[in-house]
Design a protein around this ligand. Structure first.
Ligand code: IPE
Ligand code: IPE
Ligand code: MG
Length: 234
C-alpha cells in the first residue's frame, strides 16, 4: 500500500502481563517476577519517551481485579510502586517526565495517596506524559465518571462528558495497545479509550520484552490501515 500515509503515534500503551509465569519458570516467587517486570517497565518507558519521542505512554500496573491475588503478592506490587514514585521525585530533573496515576486511588493508604499526589505535583511541569494505571478498571472508570456527572446534576450524558471525566482526562486515546504474555484479551483495560486502538499481542512474557520488539511492533503499526469507520480514498 505505497500510497498510504504513515500512521501517527501519539500514545502507546502496554498491558504488562507475564511477570508471574516468568518467575515460575525460574522457580522463583511471583514477587520477584514483579521486581523484574518493574525494571523492564522503566527501560521500555524511557525508550518510548527518550528515543522514540512518543508523547504519551501508559502502562497497566494493577487492575481492580488484581486485589484477588495473595496479600504477599499485592503488598510486593505496592511496595514497588511506592519505590518507583520516590525515584520519580528524586530523579525528576533528569527524567523530564510527567507522571499521572490512573485509577481509583481512594482505597489506598493515606501515605500512598500522599505519595501519588506528591509525584504528580513534582513532575507536573513536563510535557511528555506517563500514565500509570493502578487500581484501574475500565468498567469502574466509566461507572465513576457517570456517578460524578449525576452528582453534578447532569440528566443527559454525552460521549464528551464521559471522555472528560474518565481517568485519562487530557491524554489522547491510545493508538497502540500492546499486551505481552500471550493472552488475547484486554482484562478490563481502557474499555472506553480502546474504541479505535490498534491491538497487538505477543507471547513474550513482560520481563523478557525488549526495545527491539517495540521497534518491530511499531513497524507493524505503521502498516495498519486505520479507518475510524470511514473508507479509504473516499
Ligand atoms: C502482570 O503479570 C502484572 C500484574 C497483573 C500485576 P502477572 O502477574 O499477571 O503474570 P502472569 O500472567 O501470572 O504470568
Ligand atoms: C492484566 O493482567 C492486568 C495487568 C497487566 C496489570 P491479569 O494477569 O490480571 O489478567 P487476567 O486475569 O489474566 O485476565
Ligand atoms: Mg497475568
Amino acid at each position: 500500500m505505497a500510497d498510504k500515509k504513515e500512521n501517527t503515534l501519539n500514545h502507546i500503551s502496554f498491558i504488562m502481563d507475564g511477570n508471574g509465569r516468568w518467575a515460575k519458570r525460574r522457580l522463583l516467587p511471583r514477587e520477584l517476577g514483579h521486581v523484574e517486570g518493574a525494571k523492564k517497565f522503566r527501560e521500555i518507558v524511557r525508550y518510548c519517551i527518550d528515543v522514540l519521542n512518543i508523547k504519551y505512554v501508559s502502562c497497566y500496573v494493577f487492575s481492580t481485579e488484581n486485589w484477588n491475588r495473595p496479600k504477599r503478592e499485592v503488598d510486593g506490587i505496592f511496595k514497588i510502586c511506592y519505590d518507583y514514585m520516590n525515584t520519580c521525585i528524586k530523579e525528576n530533573e533528569e527524567n523530564r517526565l510527567r507522571v499521572r496515576f490512573l485509577g481509583d486511588r481512594s482505597v489506598f493508604s493515606q501515605e500512598f495517596q500522599d505519595k501519588v499526589a506528591e509525584t504528580e505535583e513534582v513532575t507536573s511541569k513536563w510535557d511528555r506524559t506517563l500514565g500509570v494505571c493502578i487500581n484501574y478498571g475500565g468498567q469502574d472508570e466509566i461507572v465513576n465518571a457517570v456517578n460524578k456527572l449525576i452528582a453534578e446534576g447532569k440528566t443527559h450524558i454525552t460521549k464528551e462528558d464521559i471522555t472528560n471525566n474518565i481517568y485519562t482526562g487530557i491524554m489522547p486515546p491510545p493508538d497502540m495497545i500492546v499486551r505481552t504474555g500471550g493472552e488475547y484479551r484486554l482484562s478490563n483495560y481502557f474499555m472506553w479509550q480502546s474504541a479505535y486502538s490498534e491491538l497487538f499481542f505477543t507471547k513474550t512474557l513482560w520481563p523478557d520484552f525488549s526495545k527491539k520488539e517495540v521497534d518491530e511492533l511499531i513497524e507493524q503499526y505503521k502498516t495498519r490501515q486505520r479507518n475510524f469507520g470511514g473508507v479509504k480514498n473516499a
